[in-house]
Write a protein of this length. Structure first.
Length: 834
């Protein structure tokens, strides 16, 4: 027996012996365990039975000597029952071993199956991981954006193809290159600050980090960078992953979008501004439609609804201080009652701290984007019993004052109701612009009303002045006519011409009477010119002829004052289009003025010439001269050069004023030059030059001689002034006419019917039947209807001429009239009757 078996057998026998002596489960188990070990070590069943028998023999031998064999036998039997036999022990050992083996085999099978499943899972997972790895590599390589893997210091470890394209390098060559190499210099500091912050702040992501990068071959571009921190198993930062996107196109698109948005906003603003401007233009037009500002403002209120608001009211502060509502418009008439109950819309409530009454009081605009609840409460409190509330109340409101020159002229109230519009600064500005226009319209309307009143007063005054001048002209001309006529007759009478004193007296009498006529004519002319009632008859005129006629007319006056005339006219005709009579009046005024201010023994020169496209007449004298400050003032009414001249020289100072106005009406100019007081003066007259032959006027006013006819013309002279009647009868008879006379219109009409004269010369202002009634009655008589008639009157205004012609006269002459001038007109009219 091998040593181990002997040892196991000994241990087994010892345990059996101990159990027999002192049975317990522990010893039995140990004996059983030693038995199994022995069997496991290769002890056979027979050998175990022998060992068991020897053990029992040994125990029985020992116990038998002590007399306890019966007890031992009993225990041995129990042991035998417990352990059965070595065969049972072996069988149990085999059974247990087999059971355990089966268990272990099952476990091994299950474990193998589990391992197989795990292996399958690992294979599947490996394939998935490999697939994901390949997918990641594909995504990494073919991603449209640059993808970089770096260490914590941003040194590149991996780079995809897009990164190579972005930085213009092969992706493999980017390994170990610091990313900072590709950061623009201006962003270096920002790059390192952000990198340090990323590593120290514990933030794993940095999104949309914008910086400027540069490619390897130059060229900067904007980039958007996203960085993620990579952590190891112990959650420590181990690296960085970078997603870099070139946003050049994005920036360009954003800039384009910004530009388009700005353009759209500008276009919208322009459209809104155009709309506001169009509204203001329409409002301005509405304000000019009527000079009644109440009507005009009502039109504006209708324009404001619904363009600006759902409700518009316009109130005006009358000049008396009363506030009057001149316009109110509702978009929804159903809500009118609800709005009228609002305290803020009551214009005559001075206690209101808000609304139209407040604006009228302070002149300050008010805007309420949202209507306060207190307004609605006031409206509810003012509601009449049983009046159903309106569904919609006011939402927003604007109140603006119509202010002009710091004076509040009214207010405009705008309320938003059903439209839900909320007023803002632009609406307030538009409302204030509208209010300013309304204020100007109100002020203009009031000024217009005042102007109408003043115009009526001025027209009354003008009519009174015209009537006064007409009456004055008539009353002065009538006595002047016999004075001038008899003076003209006396100076030609042989007894007068033979007496130097009487001759000079007759000439002085005529000269001063003519001056009085000119004064009257000047007064009438300045009135006609001021009121634009003067008419210019244009014909081709030679300036030389006009100058010569004026010099001839004034020559006697110059000789009387011992003044030398020097006339130097251009050799060629200096033609212009104009009114011969009026231009002769201008030149005559210049010459008269020169004579007036030139002392005896002085000289006056008259020169004409052509200056480029103008004709010029220069009147130069050696007279008193003109102060420089008065060179323009002398052309103003009632100014004569210096203040002290007003007391030393006669005249009203109208001659030069009339001359300039007439010249200006001809498109010409007139001015004065002088070296100063005592150094004479020069007057220049220039008119537009035209290449045309001078023509004669329709009425030839040259002195006429007595007509050589078979029968003298029979003239009926009707005049209530006896002196004028006698003078004219004498002068006309000297010219060869047969003169019939009458002292009033009634006797003149009777004489005309009875005698049937060839022509009638009649005064206008006569007692009883005046000249107008006379000619009307005359034209009703068939045999006298076509008889020529001349109105001869002291009324010399244009309207007097028009009235005479309209009444039925064929011509109008103003007193005092020269007999030869009257004769020329008589002959003309008589010739037309033939």
């Amino acid at each position: 027996m091998r040593p181990i078996l002997s040892e196991l057998a000994d241990e087994y026998c010892s345990e059996v012996r101990q159990y027999v002596r002192e049975p317990d489960e522990a010893r039995l188990s140990r004996a059983y365990e030693f038995g199994r070990k022995a069997l496991a070590e290769g002890v056979g069943v027979l050998e175990m039975a022998t060992i068991h028998g020897k053990a029992l023999e040994s125990v029985l031998g020992d116990e038998g000597r002590t007399g306890g064999s019966g007890l031992i036998l009993q225990r041995a039997a129990e042991l035998l029952l417990e352990v059965l036999s070595p065969f049972e022990i072996a069988l149990r050992g085999y059974q247990e071993a087999n059971s355990e083996l089966r268990t272990r085999l099952e476990e091994l099978r299950l474990l193998e199956e589990e391992l197989r499943n795990q292996n399958d899972n690992l294979a599947t997972t490996g394939e998935a991981i490999d697939l994901e790895r390949r997918r990641y590599r594909d995504l990494f390589e073919f991603a449209p954006d640059a993808y970089l893997v770096t260490d914590l210091q941003a040194n590149i470890q991996e780079a995809n193809s897009a990164a190579g394209k972005l930085f213009k390098r092969r992706p493999q060559s980017l390994a170990s290159v610091p990313l900072a190499v590709f950061v623009s210099r201006k962003d270096h500091r920002k790059f390192y600050v952000q990198l340090a912050s990323l590593k120290s702040s514990g933030v794993d992501d940095l999104q949309d980090w914008h910086m400027t990068l540069r490619a390897d071959q130059g060229g900067h571009f904007p980039a958007a960078v996203t960085v993620r921190v990579v952590r190891d198993a112990e959650d420590r930062p181990s690296g960085l992953r970078w997603l870099v996107r070139d946003i050049t196109e994005q920036k360009r698109a954003e800039e384009e979008r910004t530009r388009l948005l700005a353009r759209e906003q500008a276009a919208r603003a322009e459209a809104e501004a155009a709309g506001r401007l169009r509204f203001l233009v329409e409002a301005s037009t509405a304000l000019t439609v009527s000079l009644d500002y109440a009507v005009a403002l009502s039109n504006v209120a209708r324009l404001a609804v619904p363009y600006l608001a759902d409700y518009c009211a316009i109130d005006v502060v009358e000049e008396s201080g009363e506030v009057r509502r001149v316009g109110v418009v509702y978009a929804d008439p159903a809500g009118a009652e609800a709005l009228l109950r609002l305290d803020v819309l009551q214009q005559n409530d001075p206690g209101q701290a808000q609304g139209v009454a407040s604006v009228l009081r302070t002149g300050q605009s008010e805007i309420y984007t949202e209507v306060p609840d207190s307004w609605l409460a006031s409206a509810a409190g003012n509601a009449e019993p049983g009046l159903p509330p309106h569904e919609t109340g006011p939402k927003s409101a604007v109140f603006v004052a119509m202010v002009l020159q710091e004076q509040v002229l009214g207010a405009i109230s705008l309320v938003s109701v059903g439209s839900g519009r909320r007023f803002g600064p632009a609406d307030l500005a538009l409302a204030e612009a509208l209010a300013r226009r309304c204020a100007v319209a109100v002020d203009n309307a009031r000024l217009y009303q005042q102007l109408i009143v003043e115009r009526d007063k001025a027209e009354k005054a003008s009519r009174a002045k015209d009537e006064f001048l007409a009456v004055l002209s008539h009353e002065i001309r009538n006595p002047l006519m016999p004075i001038i006529g008899w003076a003209r007759i006396l100076k030609t009478h042989k007894e007068i011409t033979g007496n130097k004193v009487l001759s000079e007296a007759a000439q002085s009498l005529e000269r001063n009477a003519q001056n009085m006529v000119r004064l009257v004519d000047d007064c009438l002319d300045i009135t006609r010119i001021t009121e634009r009632k003067i008419t210019i008859e244009r014909e081709s005129i030679d300036l030389n002829q006009v100058a010569a006629a004026a010099v001839e007319a004034i020559a006697e006056l110059a000789r009387a004052k011992n003044i030398e005339f020097r006339v130097k006219l251009a050799p060629k005709a200096l033609c212009f289009l104009g009114d011969r009579t009026r231009l002769e009046q201008v030149v005559l005024n210049l010459l008269t003025n020169a004579i007036k201010y030139t002392d005896s023994g002085g000289s006056i020169s008259v020169t004409s010439r052509n200056v480029e496209d103008e004709v010029e007449l220069l009147v130069e004298d050696t007279g008193t001269g003109i102060a420089p400050d008065f060179l323009e003032q002398i052309f103003e009414p009632f100014r004569q050069g210096t203040a002290n001249w007003l007391t030393s020289e006669s005249g009203l100072g109208l001659g030069l004023t009339i001359a300039r106005r007439i010249v200006q009406m001809h498109g010409g100019r007139i001015w004065a030059e002088s070296e100063g007081i005592g150094r004479g003066s020069r007057f220049y007259l220039r008119l537009p030059f035209v290449s045309a032959e001078a023509t004669r006027s329709d009425v030839d006013l040259r002195p006429a001689t007595a007509p050589a006819k078979a029968r003298p013309l029979r003239i009926l002279l009707i005049e209530d002034a006896e002196d004028i009647l006698a003078l004219m009868k004498l002068e006309l008879e000297w010219l060869g006419y047969t003169v019939l006379t009458a002292r009033d219109g009634i006797s003149g009409l009777e004489l005309a019917q009875r005698e049937a004269p060839d022509l009638i010369v009649s005064d206008i202002k006569m007692p009883g039947m005046d000249g107008y009634d006379l000619i009307k009655e005359l034209r009703r008589i068939p045999k006298l209807a076509s008889m020529p008639a001349i109105a001869l009157t002291g009324f010399g205004m244009k309207r007097d001429t028009e009235a005479a012609l309209a009444a039925g006269y064929n011509a109008h002459l103003c007193k005092p009239v020269d007999a030869k001038q009257l004769s020329a007109v008589i002959e003309q009219l008589a010739a037309k009757q033939l």
